[in-house]
Design a protein around this ligand. Structure first.
Ligand SMILES: [Zn+2]
Length: 251
């Protein structure tokens, strides 16, 4: 999605950076401080005071530390690197964050959102189609090499004679053991739909019932709801069709 916004000139990506550092002292903290003097010692002391102390590790976001420690982010990172080099601390960087600049505002955010949504649905279909092609390939009775070559636009003069298709070793794919949707779920789910205003589209409801989280569902904190994932054993398109019927009939 971000890549797409970048390609369309809305955003520009910058260099990713680490937002979470953690360190653990390899010697006594006072010994670490004793290695430097004056302002540098004050700086380190402030840094250690600012870091959140866990049982073993101290946690630190350098960008946040700047406000109370002073200096800038680079100085803090240089200090941590130096302490690690001196084998006074063990330092680990994590929490990679990507940076983006906004280059221009969308004139019509709603239209852009719909366009992106349509694009993602199209991609979802294409991906599902691709998976189906792989499954089709496996259940083929003829030469797989020939079929694969044909997919990439090449016609083999004759079957390869070595693949399981050619050797007659085809095994049928096991049927998908899909559960069915309980008859009374439509009624039982209504209070949940009414209580959570994020289940108001068929897709959101289907995701919820299949146990697929999304930022929107996550923010609504309904991942612990007993109905979350209750249809995890049912294919998503089936649940989506069901959700379309049940949302419309109630509204
Ligand atoms: Zn073959």
């Amino acid at each position: 999605m971000l890549t797409r916004l970048e390609l369309e000139g809305y955003l520009e990506g910058g260099t990713p950076f680490y937002s979470a550092y953690k360190f653990k002292p390899l010697v006594d903290m006072e010994q670490v401080l004793a290695r430097v003097e004056g302002e540098r010692r004050q700086f380190l002391r402030a840094l250690f005071d600012f870091a959140k102390k866990g049982r073993v590790w101290f946690q630190l976001d350098p960008a946040q530390a700047v406000a109370s420690v002073g200096g800038d982010r680079e100085r803090i990172i240089r200090a941590l690197d130096w302490l690690a080099e001196q084998e006074l601390l063990e330092v680990q960087a994590g929490g990679v964050r990507n940076r983006y600049h906004r280059l221009r505002q969308a004139e019509n955010p709603q239209a852009l959102a719909e366009e992106l949504h349509a694009y993602n649905l199209q991609r979802e279909n294409a991906e599902v189609g691709r998976l189906q092609q792989v499954l089709d390939l496996f259940s083929l009775d003829d030469c797989r090499a020939a079929s694969l070559a044909a997919h990439f636009g090449e016609i083999l003069a004759e079957p390869c004679g070595q693949c399981s298709g050619c050797l007659g070793h085809t095994v049928p794919l096991p049927p998908r053991d899909a559960e069915s949707i309980p008859e009374e779920l439509g009624d039982r789910i209504q209070p949940t739909i009414a209580a959570a205003d994020v289940l108001n589209t068929p897709r959101a409801l289907a995701r919820f019932l299949c146990g697929l989280s999304s930022p929107r569902l996550g923010r609504a904190r309904i991942g612990k709801d007993p109905f979350f994932g209750t249809l995890a054993g049912v294919p998503f398109p089936t649940v989506l069709t069901w959700a379309e019927k049940h949302l419309i009939s109630e509204s």
